[in-house]
Ligand binder design. Sequence first.
Ligand code: NAD
Length: 494
Amino acid sequence: MYRIDHWIDGRTVASKSGRSGKIYDPATGQVQGEVGFADVSEVDKVVATAKAALPAWRSTNLSRRAEIMFHMRELVAANRKEIASLLTKEHGKVLSDALGEVARGLENIEFACGIPNLLKGGYSEQASAGVDVYNIRQPLGVVAGITPFNFPAMVPMWMFANALACGNTFVLKPSEKDPSASMFIAELLKQAGLPDGCFNVVHGDKTAVDRLLDHPDIAAVSFVGSTPIAKYIYETGTRNGKRVQALGGAKNHMLVLPDADLDMAADALVSAAYGSAGERCMAVSVVLAVDTIADELAKKVQDRIPNVKVGPGSEPDSEMGPLITSEHRDKVASYVANAAGEGAKVLVDGRSGAPSDGFFLKPSLIDNVKPGMKCYDDEIFGPVLSMVRVKSYEEGLQLINDNQYGNGTAIFTRDGGVARQFQFDVNVGMVGINVPIPVPVSYYSFGGWKASLFGDLHMYGPDGIQFFTRSKVVTSRWPDPRTSKVDLGFPQNR
Ligand code: NAD
């Protein structure tokens, strides 16, 4: 048993609230630790610390901020195995997947190393006689990140790398289910040379989140999690005058056209539906198969499923680990249990045969799924793939565009013209063309449309820099006695 507490001003600070949460090992089902939950006074202390660190940090020159990000890049790279093993220990994902998470998070720190270039503004000389105009981007102040359980290292890296590089100080409220990675990251940031107080971690639940949302010294909130909470965060935060980006849930469809390479499509489906036990916001959870190839594709997916090795994430040959909690495992299983009663056909039932210790399920495949069925309408967030049979490209596209979510989607085809039309037509934020999980690289931005994102700016990349800064435009004239006169008219150039 171990205990996780807050990270405030460069050191661990024990929570005195008397409230805590259990940390499970999802591979055994046993409680392995506890995490202290902040009360309002503890959140206030964290925010006050971040506020006190702000003036010195935002004055720190760009080269130094970049240097710290470069150091952090090296430290994360050198400690990638340690971070990955923490992810496996508390989240349950297999080690190779955890290493992938760290690698994709690291990209965001690499992006932030370019901060001197990223913060360049524009300059217009002689906008009027002797007058120059330029814009600068300045940090917002103390900003908060609130993150989900499924990427305990990568999603915080999406946020803090750009936020800190832009000159903000940061308060992270990670998922209470797997809080250890954030503490390890905090120590690495300290080693990288980040001054104490610039990065803080406060653990907790709704009490902590609600205080961050109404704290007058929090300027912005970056959130990733489920859609109902994302909507709540966006509405509450913006009502309190904060800048908010709140990324929500997903129901990602992959459209497979008759001309696609069906083996490639089946490999992609198995990887994207069952990787990380389907607990990825970019997981493919629906395959739209055009009628003529649906039987063949279903068979190819079905044939591959028995080869997926389900087991503890720490075992080298495991390909898919457990789900995060027993409640979540049971909820996911209920979609498979109810599917037949709704008229669908369960081709592979993953409810039996998984290791009995821990929160395991094996992959499930449900055919003949239709809108209106629970397994289609809800975000399942588990290793369940639903197949919807469609007559045409147009019918498939319509289903994607009618869906409440718009996070990711993919099309599998050999026809470049149709793929290009899909990219033009589809109302989804991230599109893969023969790529099942199109998570953008760090120099683009990540974000869905519709109920998958509340706010105006996407996460990380160029949007991340915009989100964590605000623009100031300066109009300047240096004293020149020859041009000085009284003029009560409105300033104009001509
Ligand atoms: P969640 O919404 O339950 O929790 C996210 C964060 O919000 C956590 O830090 C949690 O402590 C906090 N929270 C939970 N309930 C709250 C409440 N009532 N009031 C205030 N704060 C609350 O999400 P989760 O289960 O940790 O993560 C899975 C979800 O996240 C899935 O829906 C998944 O699709 C989504 N997700 C989305 C993206 C994306 O980029 N769009 C990425 C990863 C995960």
